[in-house]
Design a protein around this ligand. Structure first.
Ligand code: URA
Length: 210
């Protein structure tokens, strides 16, 4: 890739992010503080896609910066990947929340909200053109891989998708955090192994492409 190509990808992602900040495609616009477009290196073969921003992400405008994000960074580091190597974003770009006991609590985004946000995801991936997409959790995999994706049965496998040549799903880091003791150690190790498998898949695809 030439420096001009790389600059063009950075510029197109920045322009898309600026356009997205004005988004009113669904009701989440009413409660969001920040549109959490995504961040990292858009000139990358690997994109991580989560479900949607939580409170910390909504406040900062950055994806995966809360507890789940810290675990994701830690697991990536174990296979020598940092955010400088990859791009990180979400299926839904604004925090989905509900008022509970006088304060806003995170909730899963609805199918309609995911549908409304789909053009931002599709256009992000069209610019980056990753070789491998890593879906973090079942909802991301249901959007990007197939609609009745079962994370317990199908995680760690590689699928062809319309969004990029290859996608795989692994545990959402928030799910890993909720486990205790031996279960925590087991699913955390699986998350690391899946990220490493995605890294090795990139190497394999690059070799095959010559
Ligand atoms: N969970 C997600 O799915 N995305 C984030 O950005 C943070 C937590």
């Amino acid at each position: 890739m030439t420096a001009t190509d790389s600059n063009s990808i950075h510029a197109r992602i920045a322009a898309l992010a600026t356009e997205a900040e004005q988004c009113t495609r669904c009701g989440l616009v009413k409660t969001r503080n920040k549109f959490v477009f995504g961040e990292g290196n858009p000139v990358t073969p690997m994109v991580f896609v989560g479900e949607g921003p939580g409170e910390t992400e909504d406040q900062t405008g950055r994806p995966f910066v809360g507890r789940a994000g810290l675990l994701l960074d830690e697991c990536m580091r174990e296979v020598k990947i940092t955010r400088k190597h990859v791009y990180v974003c979400n299926v839904v770009r604004c925090r989905a929340c509900v008022m509970d006991g006088g304060r806003l609590k995170n909730r899963p985004p609805t199918t309609d909200e995911a549908g409304a946000c789909e053009p931002w995801l599709r256009r992000t991936l069209e610019i980056i053109k990753p070789l491998v997409i890593v879906c973090l959790g079942g909802p991301s995999a249901s959007t990007l891989i197939h609609s009745d994706f079962k994370i317990t049965r199908e995680r760690g496998h590689f699928y062809e998708t319309v969004y990029g040549p290859i996608a795989m799903a692994t545990w959402h880091p928030s799910y890993v955090i909720r486990q205790e003791g031996a279960a925590f150690a087991q699913v955390r190790a699986q998350l690391v192994a899946d990220i490493d498998a995605a890294r090795r898949k990139v190497i394999e695809l690059r070799k095959a492409a010559g």
